[in-house]
Each structure stands twice: as structure tokens, then as C-alpha cells.
Unconditional design. Sequence first.
Length: 278
Amino acid sequence: MTSTIDFSTEVGEGFALPPFGLSADYWQNVEVDGRRMHERQFMRRFDDGLIPYVSSASVACGLHSGDPVVIADTVKRLAARGIAIGAHPSYPDVFRFGQTHVDLDREGLRAVLLYQLGALQAIVEREGARLQHVWFHGALSFDVNYDVGTCEEVADILLEYDPSLTLVLMMGSPAVAVAKRLGARVATLAFLDRGYGTDGRIVPRNHPAALLQSAGEVAARAVGIVRDRLVRAVDGSTIAGSADMLLVHCDTPGAGDMARAVVQALDREGVQIRKLAA
């Protein structure tokens, strides 16, 4: 059984500065090409409920959500608690909350990543902290995890930027072997609050079992991964599952209660929650 685990979340989503200079009320009531801004931009978030329990947190870098004021405030709070800080970059896609693939060539992708990493790192260093890891968001995360070419490009960019950064990839992703072959530091992450299919991938959010509903379910998921290296899939079957990091999303209803239940359940198992080894 694993004796330590990094318990993580994603923070700093939302806006202190109006997106494109226009208020949230405006964006909730306007359509662009027949579509509204993604609903997750307006969901309630539970950063305050999660931060007391996690050992690391990935900060939204502003291209899917978040802005400089939110980033600065979030980093300050994390650094004050000694929580390891990671970057949570995305495709440039605020309107769709980073859920849409953006077709970029290698230099375009490099520019998008360096823009986000550099800005966040400047704020992190001002607080006397350092970046621990990079955990990608939304469509970019799926591309990195399940498209070999994108994974290779991203790994090369991160190794050039700062080889000490840990590239966080999804539990069971084929990208893990690819990134390790290229020499990247890699950690694997499991979602505690999302439903898994029998193929080891999380099911879409429109699936009826996409989100785990209770703190007890989430805590049981954590224990199952850490103690048994198993995950119960949405059809009731059991699949292999082990990870270096466990995550509860900041916009999952009841996220704070879930985090508390995870900490208590792992403590009963003798598992220490601790940030990734340097």
C-alpha cells in the first residue's frame, strides 16, 4: 500500500476582472454564433473548502479562466500555507472554458504555454515559492494524454523551459511512457470525483454517472486507489488504478466535505498526504 499521496485540486478559476472587459451578467445573457459562454465559468467554486486539506493545487493561468488578480490572490494563499503550486494551462479558449481543441502549430503551442507558465511563475516567485508541476486543463489535457504528437511537443517544451517541473498525466494514459522516454519528470493523477469507464478514461460530463455525488463515495475511491490500486467503473466493474496524485475539482458540489472525508479516510489507513517528492 502507498504510504504517502499528493492530494490536489484546481484553483483560481473565475474572474476579478471582467472577461474581455464585459461583466459576467453580460456573458450569461449573450449568444455568440448561437452559443453561450460555457456554464462552468459561472459555477460556484469551493477553493476555500479545499485549500485547508490539499498538499498541492494547480492554478488556472488565465486562458480558460482566471485572471492576473485572481492568480495573485490564489498564489499568495497557497504559498502562505506551504501548499505546492502547479500550473493549470489550457488552450486559449475563455469563451468555452478550455473545452475546445485549438489548432496550433508547434510554435503557436510553445507561445501559448510559455505565456501562461511565465506569468504564473513570476507571481509564484514573488511569494518566495516555486512551481512544482504542470497539469493541463480541458481539451489540451486530453490532447496531451491521448495524442502522442501533442505529448511529445509539450514534453519537449517543458524540458526546455524548466526540466525540474513535473508533468502530471492522467492515470493509465499512454502519454506516461512517451513523456518518460523523452526524459520528463512524470506523475500520474486520478480523479476522485469523476466517473471512470471500463477503458480507464473518465466518462463525459453528460454521462449520468459523470460526477460522484457523496463524500463517502469519494473517500472510498481514494482508499481503493491507495490501498488496493483499484477503481470501480461506472458499470460496477473494477479496473486497475494507481496514481501519485488524487484530485477533487474545485467546482464539484460538496467539494470541501469530500476533501475532509478523503483526509480522514486516508488517515485511518495510515496514509500521509504530502506533496510530490522534489
